[in-house]
Design a protein around this ligand. Sequence first.
Ligand SMILES: Nc1ncnc2c1ncn2[C@@H]1O[C@H](COP(=O)(O)OP(=O)(O)OP(=O)(O)O)[C@@H](O)[C@H]1O
Ligand SMILES: [K+]
Ligand SMILES: [Mg+2]
Length: 716
Amino acid sequence: MSKEILEPQQQEEKTLATKNWKTRRKGGVSIFNPAIIRRATIDSFKKLDPRWQAKNPVMFVVEVGSVITTIEFVRLLFTGPAPETGFVLAVTIWLWFTVLFANFAEAMAEGRGKAQADTLRKSRTTTIARRLTRADRSGPIEEVAAPQLRKGDLVLVEAGDVIPGDGEVIEGVASVDESAITGESAPVIRESGGDRSAVTGGTRVLSDWIIVQVTANPGETFLDRMISLVEGASRQKTPNEIALNILLASLTIIFLIVVVALEPFAIYSGSAVSVATLIALLVCLIPTTIGGLLSAIGIAGMDRMVQRNVLAMSGRAVEAAGDVDVLLLDKTGTITLGNRMASRFVPLKGVSEHDLASAAMLSSLADETPEGRSIVTLAQERYGMQEDAHLPATFIPFSAQTRMSGVDLDGDGGTHAIRKGAADSIKSYVVENGGEGGDELDEIVTTIAKAGSTPLVVADVRPGNFKGERARVLGVIELKDVVKGGMRERFEQLRKMGIRTIMITGDNPLTASAIAREAGVDDFLAQATPETKMKLIKEQQLGGRLVAMTGDGTNDAPALAQADVGVAMNTGTQAAKEAANMVDLDSNPTKLIEVVEVGKQLLITRGALTTFSIANDVAKYFAIIPAAFSITYPALNVLNIMGLATPHSAVLSAVIFNALIIIALIPLALRGVKYRPVGAGALLQRNLLIYGLGGIIIPFLGIKLIDLILVALHLA
Ligand SMILES: Nc1ncnc2c1ncn2[C@@H]1O[C@H](COP(=O)(O)OP(=O)(O)OP(=O)(O)O)[C@@H](O)[C@H]1O
Ligand SMILES: [K+]
Ligand SMILES: [Mg+2]
């Protein structure tokens, strides 16, 4: 529960656990953890399997080249030592290193996820579940092993128990420790009816009890999905990645044709260029830097999301996050704390506070929403109301469409209906039944709404005449909700990133406007139904904008599915979590800022390294072409501006540089290029300058340096 209720010792445990997790995140599961490096090194060799390499056309060509130079080396060994043998061996070794380094990059990107998956597997304990044998809970309770539970089963979970499977709370309220999943040890409330009803298998109930309806069969649970996600097992190439791969493959084919075509010319001029040199030339010219790092960049992007406690179900969503233009947030529970609590009953003239409280309570007895329960609590605590259990009553549950709820009481004279709900809904209801709203009501509603609270209007419709009216308004319930701290700053940050924020709520325009102003969103849509939420998204998308949406309710599910980036709160309903393509384990709506940052980082990193990789070619061209062909075409010597020692040292230096640059760029690929919220144009300019110019200059320096070292070591 809330902090005050925790015993001092619990409090201490809590801080400790939180600290552990944080250090674990920063230190233990750092990308360059020795255990991860060890595992990645082994995996680099496993990934030499040509079936694996074939997925990456650029690196596949390098591997084939390595095989050919290896064969060439063996041939030279058998035909007796030639002056070439040492050179061919060196080229062969460095070509294999090139493939291994690229494999290593990918394995490193997967490393932290694999380590996390191991931890998660360990936390997947087999618990004993207490299953209800009859749906109406009248039958005996049987004990079964958790893996035997199936969708639809009802289980009772009490304080101290581990929740045996994913499900929806259908009865009760409990505080739950979800640290097994989220790493945060602060307990959270899970309750039936509202938008906080989803529970996850493997988490623990701390107090009270709940009845959970199982929503996932064994093997399909959230934990299972999370494991395969962090492991990268379910990762698929995104459309952007596929497009870039096609570009890289095309470049590879072009250079392959060019290099193959060079050979006849050389033979024609009477001096064939060796196979090893041609392959070295090819490998240096094809975009091995980005080819080797591309998949690592994608995996690392997903991993950075996980580090921020966001589970992205697809890489495509992560990429889309980098380009988001509009962000839609729902109000209650997202921008506000979400425990909308009844704080006051305001009766109309001629109605006693007691009558209003009594009607409000009657209409809420079967209302399982947090709002409904808070009304019952207020009526009981403040007005000493008693529950009358033997009423012949039909309850009308709340729905987002009608925006009201209530009860029909069957009396002698006919049905006595009590309704509570949004002001406009109740007003039309009263008018339909021959009553009227009146100015006094409008005034109360306006005052409450302007303060940012939600006014719930209570009305009743009686069978007999009531002062000439069948229907009348009794008064208003004030539901208080508080805007979460730090919202304004976060929205300001989003604005700097060029993202427009729109709050969407089922609440009335006045309340919406008050909260929107307080929280600092750019715009709002009030009195929204699930349909209008989705319509708003579609309109934005038709205007060519990428839309992100965060939400938690079942009524948000259609919109979450329609959005390009749908982030569901982990506290939300199962429907919301299934519709979304990301789940935020911390249930923090402004997490979208970080989600966008990670997405942008991914796109920028990929762009920067592609630029760098292609710019690299220029220097390698100047290094290898004169070395390889100056004997054939002495005129090419004017290109030998680097003054490299010998043709062999020139070729070898270029190959070594080409391999080492992959290793050197692994940290950048994994951590991502730093993102700063400046305009897109400025960002592009900056990156072109750094990675384009850097890509041209660095290899000149690097290759020259390697050449000098090779000469100094008498290796060339
Ligand atoms: N239990 C309830 N009984 C009757 N009316 C309710 C109840 N809960 C909410 N309402 C009314 O219905 C309106 C819509 O509520 P709903 O929870 O669907 O909003 P929403 O679309 O989820 O938006 P948000 O949660 O962001 O405010 C509320 O503003 C309130 O006036
Ligand atoms: K290259
Ligand atoms: Mg809601």
